[in-house]
Design a protein around this ligand. Structure first.
Ligand code: LHQ
Length: 263
C-alpha cells in the first residue's frame, strides 16, 4: 500500500513504514497523519507482519509539525493546536508505544519537535551518524508535545531533558546514543541494512513474549516493586501458556534452533 506521503511495504514479516515528504523533511500535515493511520490499520489487519520498521525518506527523519499546515487560511497566523494534538499526535504516539508488535525506528536524518517525540515512542531506535535530535518547540515559542515531555525525562534524566527542551539545540546521534536516548548510532550507509536486519530478527522471535516484555518494561516506570512483581507474575503466566514457550524449551532440550510462530 502506498499513499502519497507514507509508503508501506511488507516483506519477511516486517512492515516498513516510510514517511515521504522529503522536500519538507517529512514534517507532518493532517494528510500525512491520515495516511500513517491507514498504514498502521493495514498492518494491524495483516497477520504476516511481526515487526514494524519506521523511517523517513530523504535527508530528514521528521521535522515535526509542518508549520505551513497549521496556518489559518485567511489570517495566515497559526491556528489552534488542540485538534491535531488530540486527534492525530496523541493517538499516534500511544499506538506506537503500546503496539503489540516490536517497533524499530531508523532515524535517517534530523528528528525535530514532534518528530523526535515519535522516534522516542518506538521500542528500538537506531540513528545514522549524521542524524540529530532537536527539541525545536521552544524556538517557535511552544512547549514539548506528542509525549516529548513524558519520554525525555524518563530516558535522558531531568537535567538533560531540561537542557535539551529549554535550549532547543541539536543533539547529534552519537551523543544521543552515549546518553542512552537511543539504542545505537551507526554509519549512514549501514543504517537501513542494520535496522532491517534487526526488524527481520525481531519478526522471527516470540512475538507474544516481545509484546509482553514491552508491557513489563513500560509498566515498571510507573510501578513500585510490589506492583511490578504482580505484573511480572501475570505476564509470565500468559507467556508460559504460549506455543513459543513450549517450542523454545523443546528446541533447547533437543539442541536445535527454535521455530517461533509468534503466539
Ligand atoms: C519545514 C519544516 C516544518 C514546514 C523543515 N514545517 N516546513 C504539533 C501540533 C501543532 C502545532 C505545533 O506543533 C506541534 C509539534 C511540533 O512538532 S512543533 C515543532 C515544529 N518543527 C519545527 O519547528 C522544526 C522546523 N524546522 C527546522 O528547524 C529545520 O528545518 C531543521 C532543524 C529541522 C532542519 O534544518 P535544515 O537541515 O537547515 O533544513 P531546512 O530548514 O533548510 O529545511 C528544508 C526544507 O524543509 C525547507 O523548505 P524549503 O522549501 O525552504 O527548501 C524548510 O522550510 C522545510 N521544513 N521543517 N516543520
Amino acid at each position: 500500500m502506498t499513499g502519497q506521503t507514507v509508503i508501506l511495504s511488507v516483506s519477511e514479516g516486517v512492515a516498513q513504514v516510510t514517511l515521504n515528504r522529503p522536500e519538507k523533511l517529512n514534517s507532518f500535515t493532517r494528510i500525512m497523519h491520515a495516511e500513517l493511520r491507514a498504514a498502521l490499520d493495514s498492518i494491524d489487519r495483516d497477520s504476516s507482519v511481526r515487526a514494524i520498521l519506521l523511517t523517513g525518506n530523504g535527508r530528514g527523519f521528521c521535522a515535526g509539525q509542518d508549520l505551513e499546515d497549521i496556518l489559518d487560511p485567511v489570517s495566515r497566523a497559526p491556528g489552534p493546536v488542540g485538534p491535531t494534538l488530540k486527534e492525530d499526535y496523541a493517538p499516534l504516539v500511544q499506538r506506537l508505544h503500546d503496539h503489540v508488535l516490536p517497533v524499530v525506528c531508523a532515524v535517517n536524518g534530523v528528528a525535530a519537535g514532534a518528530g523526535a517525540s515519535i522516534a522516542f515512542a518506538c521500542d528500538i531506535v537506531l540513528a545514522a551518524r549524521s542524524a540529530s535530535f532537536v527539541q525545536a518547540f521552544v524556538k517557535i515559542g511552544l512547549v514539548p508535545d506528542a509525549g516529548g515531555s513524558y519520554f525525555l525525562p524518563r530516558i535522558a534524566g531531568t537535567a538533560r531533558a531540561l537542557g535539551l527542551t529549554m535550549l532547543g539545540d541539536k543533539l547529534d546521534a552519537e551523543t544521543a546514543a552515549q546518553w542512552g536516548l537511543i539504542w545505537r548510532c551507526c554509519d549512514d550507509q549501514d543504517l537501513m541494512p542494520e535496522s532491517r536486519n534487526l526488524a527481520v530478527r525481531l519478526a522471527g522471535m516470540p512475538t507474544l513474549a516481545l509484546g509482553l516484555i514491552k508491557k513489563q518494561i513500560r509498566g515498571s516506570v510507573q510501578n513500585n516493586l510490589v506492583q511490578q512483581l504482580e505484573l511480572e507474575t501475570e505476564l509470565q503466566e500468559r507467556a508460559s501458556r504460549s506455543h513459543d514457550h513450549r517450542e523454545g524449551v523443546a528446541a533447547f532440550l533437543q539442541k536445535r534452533p527454535p521455530s517461533f510462530k509468534g503466539n
